[in-house]
Design a protein around this ligand. Structure first.
Ligand code: PNS
Length: 173
């Protein structure tokens, strides 16, 4: 069964969809901000949890999907899925042509640029679009969330309220 059938999604040819991919280990308020703003721009936004071989995950993929699902209940045109292969193959499978990525600071740029260029080399029909992170989330990254929580720090305002307790409990040493 294809991924679309699995979700039971029916898409009109006029709908503009985008995939917002990432590790989401775990989802932060910075991610949620991009998802909320992306859901206004696109008819359908698909949040895709993929594997980043450079990062060792704290949460299992299914847990990450669950945390995202619990954070986006207010967004009716957002769906969440996980995928075990190349990002461009996911987009081709679900017939989507836009990758949405958030950009924080200049430090993100080189990595994002090389990923976008590699994806463009592999699939020129797919476009990567960047959205600037809001000022208040500039410093937010999942790795700092994990470190903070490990030492018992307060994650309020850093991760979505709906998952705050579970993320803190799960990551505390
Ligand atoms: O949140 P991240 O870790 O910056 O997200 C990176 C991610 C998961 C989107 C990226 O590593 C990815 O696309 N992984 C799947 C494999 C792939 O397609 N890599 C791109 C070729 S360079």
């Amino acid at each position: 069964m294809g991924i679309l059938a699995w979700f039971g999604m029916k898409r009109s040819l006029l709908m503009i969809s985008a995939v917002y991919p990432g590790s989401f280990d775990p989802i932060t308020n910075g991610h949620l901000d991009i998802i909320e703003r992306g859901s206004v721009i696109f008819d359908e936004l698909i949040v895709a949890v993929l594997c980043n071989p450079d990062k060792k995950g704290a949460f299992a993929i299914d847990e990450r999907v669950d945390l995202i699902n619990r954070s986006i209940v207010h967004l009716k045109n957002v769906k969440v899925l996980s995928y075990g292969g190349l990002l461009i193959n996911l987009l081709r499978e679900i017939n989507c042509r836009i990758i949405l990525r958030g950009l924080r600071a200049v430090s993100d740029f080189e990595n994002e640029f090389s990923m976008a260029l590699m994806n463009d080399h592999l699939a020129p029909e797919i476009e990567t679009m960047f959205m600037m992170t809001s000022m208040k989330h500039l410093y937010l990254r999942s790795s700092s969330i994990k470190e903070l929580a490990y030492f018992g720090g307060d994650l309020k305002d850093l991760v979505p309220d709906a998952i705050l307790y579970d993320v803190e409990k799960r990551l505390k040493k």
